[in-house]
Design a protein around this ligand. Structure first.
Ligand code: TXA
Ligand code: MG
Length: 347
């Protein structure tokens, strides 16, 4: 997170934010840091700005955007009504990595919601994001600031790799903290709360606050059901080389590497610090410490991007337990693999 510890940085920070908010006022789009990943923001009430977001990302326009706010008062013009459970969740998790789907207010354009009658809203827990949104004076519609299909950016450098020449600027806030996107929950269907995308806030945390069961949209796991969150149907988070998720031992993964190499292919392994020393491959890249899943989430996208530089032809990745933040980690890895999954016999 951005620390401002001397006067020179203060000046630089203020001038960045002033310049960036001027761009927003001219319906341009600007990347900015949040606690999860960088967002590509534009005035949520400007169809011109929304068009530019889709264009810069190369994103299909039926995939709706999350609207980012800095104050609760900004909800008024965005949402139709606020369900009780949404109120509870906002109280517990805002600002923070929780996106809530509300019935849409009449001022919100169909360009933002991909034609849906609901709108996704979140208040990010990042000082620079909050200050930036305030200085713009409007809510910011913002998807993750990557090219469509690529891993989400967790640093300004990642944004630059994907979007330089396509947007006027990036507000640099250093590395993001959480590293995977917000949890998306649907509160628009009466009395029911459904997770549409696992993320920084876990199912366990949601249930604890609500005191009732939270549903999980089955389209995460079933390929042929239409997802309620349109974004979940696209290939995502993918490095350049094919990525294969392997449910098996380290020995089995090393065997796969050996096989690939014997066929003349450069192979990489996505692992964690605990297992890094075990493998011999063209690129062995650890994403955090397995025993602390939040460190895996924080390092995941940077690790996926690092394989592009290593110029491997195939990547094998270890699996993680699907609970807590592991839900989000596995969801992103399964998307990155696009269904490419191997299971060791007798495992
Ligand atoms: O952490 C995050 O959520 C980051 C930062 C920048 O805030 N943003 C982000 O946005 O991940 P994006 O556009 O990459 O993902 C938004 C997800 C997509 O899966 C989209 O389909 C879903 O939210 N979504 C947006 N509006 C929706 C709606 N009205 N109903 C259902 N799903 C919606
Ligand atoms: Mg995204």
């Amino acid at each position: 997170v951005w620390t401002v510890d001397n006067s020179e940085q203060v000046i630089e920070k203020n001038s960045q934010l002033i310049q960036a908010s001027l761009w927003i006022k001219k319906d341009e789009v600007v990347a900015f840091p949040t606690e999860t990943v960088y967002g590509l923001g534009g005035n949520a009430y400007s169809d011109t700005a929304i068009g530019r977001i889709y264009e810069a990302k190369g994103r299909p326009s039926d995939n709706p955007l999350i609207v980012h706010i800095a104050e609760r008062s900004q909800l008024q013009d965005l949402v139709g009504e606020i369900p009780d459970k949404a109120n509870k969740l906002m109280g517990a998790f805002w600002p923070g990595p929780l996106t809530i789907i509300f019935p849409k207010g009449s001022k919100v354009s169909a360009r933002v919601t991909g034609g849906l009658d609901t709108v996704a809203v979140r208040m990010p827990d990042h000082p620079v994001a909050l200050e930036f949104i305030k200085s713009c004076g409007v809510p910011l519609a913002a998807p993750s600031a990557n090219l469509s299909g690529k891993p989400s950016p967790t640093s300004a450098v990642h944004v630059y790799e994907d979007l330089s020449g396509r947007i006027p600027g990036i507000v640099d806030g250093g590395q993001t903290g959480i590293g995977v996107e917000s949890t998306v929950v649907d509160c628009s269907v009466d009395g029911q709360v459904t997770i549409l995308r696992p993320g920084g806030v876990t199912k366990e945390q949601l249930e604890h606050v609500l005191g009732c069961a939270v549903y999980v949209d089955p389209s995460f796991t079933k390929k042929d059901t239409a997802p309620r969150s349109p974004g979940m149907k696209y290939t995502h988070y993918a490095p350049d080389a094919p990525f294969v998720l392997v449910n098996g031992s380290r020995e089995f993964i090393q065997q796969l590497v050996k096989q690939a190499k014997s066929e003349g292919r450069r192979a990489g392994v996505l692992t964690t610090v605990e297992n890094e020393g075990f493998y011999s491959a063209d690129a062995v890249i650890p994403a955090g410490v397995r025993s602390r899943p939040e460190t895996v989430a924080a390092a995941l996208y940077d690790a996926l991007r690092a394989f592009n530089e290593a110029k491997v032809d195939i990547i094998y990745g270890e699996v993680f337990p699907k609970h807590g933040v592991g839900d989000a980690i596995m969801n992103r890895l399964e998307k990155a693999a696009g269904g490419n999954m191997m299971v060791e016999e007798d495992k």
